[in-house]
Design a protein around this ligand. Structure first.
Ligand SMILES: Cc1cc2nc3c(=O)[nH]c(=O)nc-3n(C[C@H](O)[C@H](O)[C@H](O)COP(=O)(O)OP(=O)(O)OC[C@H]3O[C@@H](n4cnc5c(N)ncnc54)[C@H](O)[C@@H]3O)c2cc1C
Ligand code: SF4
Length: 463
């Protein structure tokens, strides 16, 4: 008998006033009992609408049926065929706009908690199974991957499964891209990312860190001198944007990238960390996306008394996931909406002494259908802050474009690639944020997967 409860099983979590003082994971995950019970809510629909909502097409009802039978390892093997990073996706995918949005149980109540079940299955496997993935028979072909974020790692894993000799070149000292330097430990523990990377290493994927392609070696050199037959570029969109307002170069104005890299990659929140970070008291975070929520929640955990999100539109337009906004509010983050900074004020010794803002109101809808904010006359006011974090977006770094012959890009810097990831340069493929601009983990993985297939075709046809 299916479980006809209209609600998903709750996932236990740390209490807000406890978790806002530590960096441990907020959500604690299902137990075997709650997972089996939740899995019984799935109706195993004939047309599987949920699968259509998943960018990597996980066989959702099949894996959920195994969970319902208590066969967790079999459930993992089904997910693993389509996704290389299930413990990550179960945690950070916006399921509410993907698989769960399509779930028929969502018509009358809440959809099946597909993301929570995926997370449960991946964690169960990581805890209980010692089996390493089996290496494929080598096929004698070499492919290079630039960047070790979800796009690069997925492409590398899929190619290794087909027998390719794959090397990933990563600029930073640790692999994982945004999963290690951007998304905080309390949403995505880094040990989980490392475990997924170890699985890829076991498949034969080599990762070379501290390798900035475009500086240490160029894409042309990889192909001409090191005999890589194809290159996949998954270098992300890690170049922060600023507002270009006065005072942005004062001390303790950060880009969200720098702030989050210090906290997450360099572990600046730990007492014995060698990388310092400002422990500010009154922090303003400018922006309304997931990145802004992460930066605000990190600032709170570093001991700030007041953390305020400053966003120029209203609550309804906040681009962050609803769940992230709710979590931030529960943890004591304030929201100053319909507000825009115009100048950061200098305090003592070149540090931030305040921020001048204007109030905004929403005008007519623009071309994208969103109502654009307009400044209210004579609405200037000053916020008392000692640290400002800019989280207003990022774009792709121009380094690869400027050092790769014949690689065409959009005016804003995104690499131009067709639906298979093929760029204007033969043998060079691209995907993820480097192509789309800042998007999601699962879309980057989907692009890595599609490109792996296209690279396989390309190399087979070249013979
Ligand atoms: C703070 C934050 C929170 C987010 N939260 C979510 C979320 O909850 N859910 C979600 O789905 N998405 C989220 N995202 C978006 C998501 O993380 C990205 O869309 C995704 O990581 C893109 O993957 P990618 O592989 O294209 O690039 P990235 O993850 O950016 O990886 C690119 C890698 O390439 C490396 N690189 C760059 N240039 C070079 C070079 N020249 N040579 C060698 N290596 C290079 C970089 O160091 C990096 O490791 C978040 C992003 C941020 C910043
Ligand atoms: S749509 Fe929902 S109920 Fe139907 S198979 Fe998918 S997860 Fe199960």
């Amino acid at each position: 008998m299916p479980n006809m409860s209209l609600k998903k099983n709750e996932m236990p979590a740390q209490a807000p006033d406890v978790r806002n003082k530590n960096f441990k994971e907020v959500a604690l995950g299902y137990t075997a009992e709650t997972a089996v019970d939740e899995a019984k809510r799935c109706l195993n629909c004939k047309h599987k609408p949920c699968v259509g909502g998943c960018p990597v097409k996980i066989h959702i009802p099949d894996f959920i049926a195994k969970v319902a039978e208590g066969k967790f390892e079999e459930a993992y093997q089904i997910i693993q065929k389509s996704s290389s990073l299930p413990a990550v996706c179960g945690r950070v995918c916006p399921q509410e706009t993907q698989c769960e949005q399509k779930c028929v149980r969502g018509v009358k109540g809440e959809p099946v908690a597909i993301g929570r079940l995926e997370r449960f299955v991946a964690d169960w496997h990581n805890e209980h199974s010692c089996d390493l993935p089996v290496k494929a028979q080598p096929n004698g072909h070499k492919v290079a991957v630039v960047g070790s974020g979800p796009a690069g790692l997925t492409c590398a894993g899929d190619l290794a499964k087909r027998g390719y000799d794959v090397t990933v070149f990563e600029a930073l000292h640790l692999a994982g891209g945004v999963l290690v330097y951007g998304i905080p430990e309390f949403r995505l523990p880094k040990a989980i990312v490392q475990k997924e990377i170890d699985n890829l290493n076991a498949l034969g994927v080599k990762v070379e860190t501290n390798m900035v392609i475009g500086k240490v070696l160029s894409v042309d050199e990889l192909m001409d001198e090191f005999a890589f037959e194809a290159v996949f570029i998954g270098s992300g969109a890690g170049l922060p944007r600023f507002m270009n307002i006065p005072g942005e170069n004062l001390k303790d104005v950060y880009s969200a990238n720098e702030f989050l890299t210090r906290v997450n990659l360099m572990k600046a929140y730990k007492e014995d960390a060698r990388t310092p970070i400002a422990h500010a008291k009154k922090v303003a975070v400018v922006g309304g996306g997931n990145v802004a929520m992460d930066a605000a929640r990190c600032a709170k955990r570093l001991g700030a008394e007041e953390v305020t999100i400053v966003y120029r539109r209203s609550e309804a337009e906040l681009p962050a996931r609803r769940e992230e906004v709710e979590h931030a509010k529960e943890e004591g983050i304030s929201f100053k909406l319909l507000t825009n900074p115009v100048r950061i004020l200098e305090g003592e010794n070149g540090f931030v002494g305040g921020m001048e803002c204007v109030e905004m109101e929403l005008g007519e809808p623009d071309a994208s259908g969103r109502r654009s904010p307009v400044v209210k006359e004579n609405s200037e006011f000053t916020m008392d802050v000692d640290c400002v974090i800019m989280a207003i977006g990022t774009s792709p770094n121009p380094l690869i474009k400027s050092t790769t012959k014949g690689l065409e890009t959009q005016r804003w810097g995104g690499i131009i690639a067709d639906e298979n990831g093929q760029t204007s340069r033969e043998g060079v493929f691209a995907g993820g944020d480097a192509v789309t601009g800042a998007a999601t983990v699962i879309l980057a993985m989907g692009a890595g997967k599609t490109a792996a297939e296209a690279i396989d075709e390309y190399i087979k046809n070249k013979k």
